[in-house]
Design a protein. Structure first.
Length: 278
């Protein structure tokens, strides 16, 4: 193993890894948006749009990403539509990942009991409030393993971007092998690069899943005074929703602070008699 060669060309892999994370990150975020919207259409059973979503899912999942990239990068310019390699990569990754996200979120939504939706509507919530405060928080917890797997899958799929002249880690690896015939060193840096990117994501997904499973699918914890209180996700008082879980990210660290701060001292006797979790 030529360690001098590895040290010399490590910066090339770092730049390629940053490009991979940039394109992959944008594609993943857009895929999640597509997945939420598509799964909502399927969950609410909008007949016209449902058929479009089903057709899109089948087309996307049954065609390789490489074929989609070739169509975007080499096919569309024939009819006067031209995209940059970066934009082709983002569009292709979003097109592929969106279908997997739709199926992941759809399966999670279907596990939520219909009685919860009906109960929320009977309390005066609108359909949007029901989805926002009742259905989505629970489905997020359920879909977390599949969501993590899809994110890792999409990042691994970025290895085909070299086919459209994107200088990702695979492109750099093939370039170094072709120029210097340093196969072992180049492949070693490629494997280490993907491990550095993917392994923390995998471990974080496992950690997050373990922490959120304490919450359950229909309950959450809030702080009141110096005690840990248990309340229903969709509790309403005076036509106002008491617990706003619509923005999971904004409450993320507060929730974990509460969990860690009160986990050891948690006692069922400290639970309040707030609205029952029916």
């Amino acid at each position: 193993m030529d360690w001098e060669f590895i040290a010399k060309y490590t910066p090339e892999f770092i730049h390629a890894g940053i490009l991979t994370l940039k394109i992959g990150g944008i594609g993943i975020m857009l895929s999640i948006v597509v997945g939420i919207l598509g799964s909502w259409v399927l969950y609410e059973n909008f007949k016209f749009f449902k058929q479009i979503i089903i057709g899109y899912v089948e087309l996307s999942r049954n065609t390789p990403l490489l074929v989609q990239l070739f169509f975007l990068y080499y096919g569309l310019p024939k009819i006067g539509i031209k995209f940059s390699p970066e934009l082709c990569g983002i569009i292709g990754l979003t097109f592929l990942g969106g279908s997997y996200m739709i199926e992941t979120f759809r399966s999670a939504l279907e596990t939520i009991d219909k009685i919860q939706k009906e109960s929320a509507l009977s309390l005066g919530m609108t359909k949007w409030q029901t989805m926002r405060y009742v259905i989505l928080p629970q489905s997020f917890v359920i879909s977390l393993p599949g969501l993590t797997a899809n994110i890792i899958f999409m990042l691994k799929e970025t290895s085909v971007f070299s086919a459209i002249s994107l200088i990702d880690m695979m492109f750099v690896t093939k370039d170094l092998i072709g120029l210097y015939y340093k196969t072992e060193e180049s492949l070693f840096m490629l494997v280490v690069g993907y491990l550095i990117i993917l392994l923390p994501l995998s471990l974080f997904g496992v950690w997050l899943e373990r922490k959120l499973k304490y919450v359950g699918y229909s309950n959450w914890f809030i702080i009141k005074g110096n005690k840990l209180w248990k309340t229903s996700l969709w509790f309403m008082d005076n036509n106002k929703i008491k617990f706003n879980f619509c923005n999971f990210i904004s409450n993320f660290w507060n929730t974990f602070w509460a969990f860690y701060g009160y986990k050891k001292s948690y006692n069922k006797d400290n639970l309040s008699s707030l609205p029952p979790n029916n």
